[in-house]
Design a protein around this ligand. Structure first.
Ligand code: E4P
Length: 217
Protein backbone atom coordinates (compact mmCIF):
# COMPACT_ATOMS: atom_id res chain seq x y z
CA UNK A 1 0.00 0.00 0.00
CA UNK A 2 1.31 3.43 -0.92
CA UNK A 3 1.52 6.12 1.79
CA UNK A 4 0.57 9.68 0.92
CA UNK A 5 0.94 12.42 3.54
CA UNK A 6 -2.12 14.60 4.01
CA UNK A 7 -0.57 17.98 4.79
CA UNK A 8 0.94 21.12 3.29
CA UNK A 9 3.55 21.40 6.06
CA UNK A 10 6.96 21.13 4.36
CA UNK A 11 8.96 20.11 7.44
CA UNK A 12 6.58 17.27 8.28
CA UNK A 13 6.69 15.98 4.69
CA UNK A 14 10.50 16.21 4.60
CA UNK A 15 10.89 14.29 7.86
CA UNK A 16 8.78 11.35 6.66
CA UNK A 17 10.23 11.53 3.14
CA UNK A 18 13.75 11.04 4.55
CA UNK A 19 12.48 7.78 6.09
CA UNK A 20 11.10 6.54 2.76
CA UNK A 21 7.52 6.80 4.04
CA UNK A 22 6.21 9.22 1.43
CA UNK A 23 4.89 7.92 -1.90
CA UNK A 24 2.93 11.12 -2.50
CA UNK A 25 1.17 14.06 -0.87
CA UNK A 26 -2.42 15.26 -0.72
CA UNK A 27 -3.49 18.80 0.02
CA UNK A 28 -6.89 20.48 0.12
CA UNK A 29 -8.04 24.09 0.62
CA UNK A 30 -8.29 23.61 4.40
CA UNK A 31 -4.69 22.34 4.58
CA UNK A 32 -3.45 25.20 2.37
CA UNK A 33 -5.28 27.67 4.64
CA UNK A 34 -3.67 26.04 7.69
CA UNK A 35 -0.20 26.40 6.12
CA UNK A 36 -0.80 30.14 5.68
CA UNK A 37 1.04 30.03 2.35
CA UNK A 38 0.30 30.75 -1.30
CA UNK A 39 -1.08 27.60 -2.97
CA UNK A 40 1.19 27.74 -6.02
CA UNK A 41 4.32 28.47 -3.98
CA UNK A 42 3.79 25.77 -1.35
CA UNK A 43 2.66 23.19 -3.91
CA UNK A 44 5.81 23.78 -5.97
CA UNK A 45 7.94 23.30 -2.88
CA UNK A 46 6.19 20.00 -2.10
CA UNK A 47 6.58 18.81 -5.71
CA UNK A 48 10.31 19.57 -5.61
CA UNK A 49 10.65 17.53 -2.42
CA UNK A 50 8.58 14.47 -3.28
CA UNK A 51 8.86 12.15 -6.28
CA UNK A 52 5.29 10.81 -6.22
CA UNK A 53 1.93 12.42 -7.02
CA UNK A 54 1.06 15.66 -5.24
CA UNK A 55 -2.65 16.46 -5.20
CA UNK A 56 -3.60 20.12 -5.55
CA UNK A 57 -7.29 20.98 -5.40
CA UNK A 58 -9.15 23.32 -7.75
CA UNK A 59 -11.14 26.18 -6.25
CA UNK A 60 -13.82 26.51 -8.95
CA UNK A 61 -17.15 24.65 -9.07
CA UNK A 62 -17.81 25.17 -12.77
CA UNK A 63 -16.26 22.58 -15.12
CA UNK A 64 -14.63 25.00 -17.56
CA UNK A 65 -13.04 26.95 -14.72
CA UNK A 66 -11.89 23.72 -13.06
CA UNK A 67 -10.26 22.66 -16.32
CA UNK A 68 -8.51 26.04 -16.63
CA UNK A 69 -7.33 25.85 -13.01
CA UNK A 70 -6.21 22.25 -13.52
CA UNK A 71 -4.17 23.24 -16.57
CA UNK A 72 -2.50 25.97 -14.49
CA UNK A 73 -1.82 23.57 -11.60
CA UNK A 74 -0.16 20.94 -13.83
CA UNK A 75 2.31 23.59 -14.97
CA UNK A 76 3.74 23.61 -11.43
CA UNK A 77 5.42 20.21 -11.88
CA UNK A 78 5.10 16.86 -13.67
CA UNK A 79 3.93 15.11 -10.49
CA UNK A 80 0.79 17.20 -9.93
CA UNK A 81 -2.52 15.34 -9.60
CA UNK A 82 -5.41 17.75 -10.07
CA UNK A 83 -7.99 17.28 -7.33
CA UNK A 84 -11.61 17.87 -8.32
CA UNK A 85 -14.80 17.41 -6.30
CA UNK A 86 -17.24 14.58 -6.99
CA UNK A 87 -19.87 16.61 -8.85
CA UNK A 88 -20.95 16.38 -12.49
CA UNK A 89 -18.79 19.44 -13.21
CA UNK A 90 -15.93 17.78 -11.37
CA UNK A 91 -16.34 14.62 -13.45
CA UNK A 92 -16.44 16.68 -16.65
CA UNK A 93 -13.15 18.31 -15.60
CA UNK A 94 -11.78 14.88 -14.66
CA UNK A 95 -12.57 13.51 -18.11
CA UNK A 96 -11.02 16.51 -19.91
CA UNK A 97 -7.87 16.60 -17.79
CA UNK A 98 -7.32 12.84 -17.86
CA UNK A 99 -7.88 12.84 -21.65
CA UNK A 100 -5.08 15.46 -21.74
CA UNK A 101 -2.87 12.90 -19.95
CA UNK A 102 -2.91 14.49 -16.50
CA UNK A 103 -3.39 12.69 -13.17
CA UNK A 104 -6.74 13.46 -11.55
CA UNK A 105 -7.80 12.79 -7.97
CA UNK A 106 -11.58 12.85 -7.52
CA UNK A 107 -12.27 13.87 -3.96
CA UNK A 108 -15.18 13.99 -1.50
CA UNK A 109 -16.36 10.47 -2.38
CA UNK A 110 -18.94 9.04 0.01
CA UNK A 111 -20.61 6.26 -1.99
CA UNK A 112 -19.72 3.31 -4.20
CA UNK A 113 -21.80 4.74 -7.06
CA UNK A 114 -19.82 7.98 -6.92
CA UNK A 115 -16.61 5.92 -7.14
CA UNK A 116 -17.99 4.04 -10.15
CA UNK A 117 -18.75 7.34 -11.92
CA UNK A 118 -15.25 8.68 -11.16
CA UNK A 119 -13.60 5.56 -12.59
CA UNK A 120 -15.67 5.84 -15.77
CA UNK A 121 -14.61 9.50 -16.06
CA UNK A 122 -10.96 8.39 -16.09
CA UNK A 123 -9.91 9.27 -12.53
CA UNK A 124 -6.37 8.27 -11.57
CA UNK A 125 -7.38 8.29 -7.89
CA UNK A 126 -10.70 8.13 -6.08
CA UNK A 127 -10.69 9.56 -2.56
CA UNK A 128 -13.32 8.01 -0.26
CA UNK A 129 -13.42 9.90 3.06
CA UNK A 130 -13.43 7.30 5.84
CA UNK A 131 -13.28 9.53 8.91
CA UNK A 132 -16.08 11.82 7.78
CA UNK A 133 -18.35 8.78 7.27
CA UNK A 134 -17.39 7.48 10.72
CA UNK A 135 -18.33 10.94 12.03
CA UNK A 136 -21.94 10.34 10.95
CA UNK A 137 -22.02 6.76 12.29
CA UNK A 138 -21.46 5.07 8.90
CA UNK A 139 -18.62 2.54 8.63
CA UNK A 140 -16.21 4.14 6.18
CA UNK A 141 -14.30 0.89 5.77
CA UNK A 142 -17.35 -0.81 4.22
CA UNK A 143 -17.17 1.79 1.47
CA UNK A 144 -13.51 1.00 0.76
CA UNK A 145 -14.39 -2.71 0.53
CA UNK A 146 -17.33 -2.05 -1.81
CA UNK A 147 -15.23 0.12 -4.13
CA UNK A 148 -12.46 -2.54 -4.13
CA UNK A 149 -14.97 -5.21 -5.21
CA UNK A 150 -16.52 -3.02 -7.92
CA UNK A 151 -13.19 -1.93 -9.38
CA UNK A 152 -11.91 -5.52 -9.34
CA UNK A 153 -15.14 -6.87 -10.90
CA UNK A 154 -14.68 -4.65 -13.93
CA UNK A 155 -10.92 -4.12 -14.06
CA UNK A 156 -10.98 -0.35 -13.46
CA UNK A 157 -7.45 0.89 -12.89
CA UNK A 158 -8.48 3.93 -10.84
CA UNK A 159 -6.55 3.71 -7.58
CA UNK A 160 -8.45 3.74 -4.29
CA UNK A 161 -6.90 6.51 -2.21
CA UNK A 162 -8.37 6.10 1.27
CA UNK A 163 -8.67 9.61 2.73
CA UNK A 164 -9.84 11.25 5.93
CA UNK A 165 -7.77 8.73 7.87
CA UNK A 166 -7.89 9.67 11.52
CA UNK A 167 -6.49 6.66 13.42
CA UNK A 168 -3.82 3.98 13.15
CA UNK A 169 -6.62 1.40 13.04
CA UNK A 170 -7.93 3.05 9.89
CA UNK A 171 -4.53 2.41 8.28
CA UNK A 172 -4.52 -1.29 9.21
CA UNK A 173 -8.10 -1.78 8.05
CA UNK A 174 -7.41 -0.02 4.73
CA UNK A 175 -4.44 -2.30 4.13
CA UNK A 176 -6.56 -5.38 4.93
CA UNK A 177 -9.43 -4.30 2.68
CA UNK A 178 -7.04 -3.54 -0.19
CA UNK A 179 -6.91 0.24 -0.62
CA UNK A 180 -4.16 1.06 -3.13
CA UNK A 181 -3.11 4.19 -1.25
CA UNK A 182 -3.90 5.76 2.07
CA UNK A 183 -3.37 9.41 2.90
CA UNK A 184 -2.98 10.37 6.53
CA UNK A 185 -1.75 13.31 8.56
CA UNK A 186 1.89 13.02 9.70
CA UNK A 187 0.90 12.36 13.33
CA UNK A 188 -1.10 9.26 12.34
CA UNK A 189 1.77 7.84 10.27
CA UNK A 190 4.20 8.54 13.12
CA UNK A 191 1.88 6.87 15.66
CA UNK A 192 1.94 3.62 13.64
CA UNK A 193 5.25 2.68 15.23
CA UNK A 194 3.97 2.75 18.80
CA UNK A 195 3.69 -0.49 20.78
CA UNK A 196 4.12 -0.76 24.56
CA UNK A 197 5.76 -4.18 24.27
CA UNK A 198 8.44 -2.70 21.99
CA UNK A 199 9.16 -0.01 24.62
CA UNK A 200 9.11 -2.55 27.46
CA UNK A 201 11.33 -5.02 25.58
CA UNK A 202 13.85 -2.32 24.68
CA UNK A 203 13.98 -1.12 28.30
CA UNK A 204 14.77 -4.69 29.42
CA UNK A 205 17.50 -5.10 26.78
CA UNK A 206 19.05 -1.75 27.71
CA UNK A 207 19.12 -2.76 31.38
CA UNK A 208 20.92 -6.01 30.49
CA UNK A 209 23.36 -4.19 28.19
CA UNK A 210 24.23 -1.88 31.07
CA UNK A 211 24.42 -4.68 33.65
CA UNK A 212 26.63 -6.89 31.47
CA UNK A 213 28.69 -4.01 30.05
CA UNK A 214 28.03 -5.24 26.50
CA UNK A 215 29.86 -3.11 23.92
CA UNK A 216 30.07 -3.44 20.14
CA UNK A 217 32.00 -0.30 19.18
C1 E4P B 1 -7.45 14.06 1.51
O1 E4P B 1 -7.32 14.14 0.33
C2 E4P B 1 -8.51 14.76 2.26
O2 E4P B 1 -8.52 16.08 1.90
C3 E4P B 1 -8.35 14.59 3.74
O3 E4P B 1 -7.92 13.27 4.00
C4 E4P B 1 -9.57 14.97 4.53
O4 E4P B 1 -9.40 14.60 5.86
P1 E4P B 1 -10.34 15.16 7.04
O5 E4P B 1 -11.70 14.56 6.86
O6 E4P B 1 -9.70 14.67 8.30
O7 E4P B 1 -10.35 16.64 6.90
Amino acid sequence: MKFFVDTAEIDAIAELNDLGMVDGVTTNPSLIKKSGRDIIEVTKEICDLVDGPVSAEVTAIDADEMIAEGRKLVEIADNIAVKVPLTWDGLKACKALSDDGHMVNVTLCFSANQALLAAKAGATFISPFIGRLDDINVDGMDLIGDIRSIYDNYGFDTQILAASIRTVNHVTECALVGADVMTAPPNVIKAMINHPLTDKGLDAFLADIKAAGIKIL
